[in-house]
Design a protein around this ligand. Structure first.
Ligand SMILES: [Zn+2]
Length: 113
């Protein structure tokens, strides 16, 4: 379950950010997660529950925004959405593509008190 290591990384940022803003409790964490990350939302929430115990983020609501995978074709120049991990240009069929979106995994915002 790679969600646990993801959350451990995020928790460090959450603790730091909460400290910087003088928050004693984080109530909501908004995340942007790209489809390429293959994160299972339920597993991520569970990992937060476990990792967040006895921290500022205990019981925080986790809001996940999915970022679909997009790619750019280096042969014909078109930008397209990648469906079902099919990494082939939808316009010309080329495999010479760069993934431009869908790899993100970061904290969009934190709410607390
Ligand atoms: Zn193309």
């Amino acid at each position: 379950m790679h969600e646990l290591s993801i959350v451990e990384g995020l928790m460090g940022i959450i603790r730091e950010t909460a400290g910087e803003h003088g928050l004693t409790r984080v109530t909501r964490v908004k995340l942007r997660i790209g489809a390429m990350r293959q994160v299972v939302p339920d597993a991520l929430r569970f990992a937060f529950e476990v990792t967040g115990k006895d921290t500022v983020a205990e019981g925080a609501e986790i809001v996940i925004t999915d970022v679909p995978t997009k790619a750019h074709c280096n042969d014909c120049g078109s930008d397209f959405a990648v469906e079902e991990f099919c990494f082939v240009c939808t316009a010309c069929g080329s495999g010479q593509i760069d993934v431009t979106e869908g790899k993100e995994l970061y904290i969009d915002s934190l709410e607390g008190e």
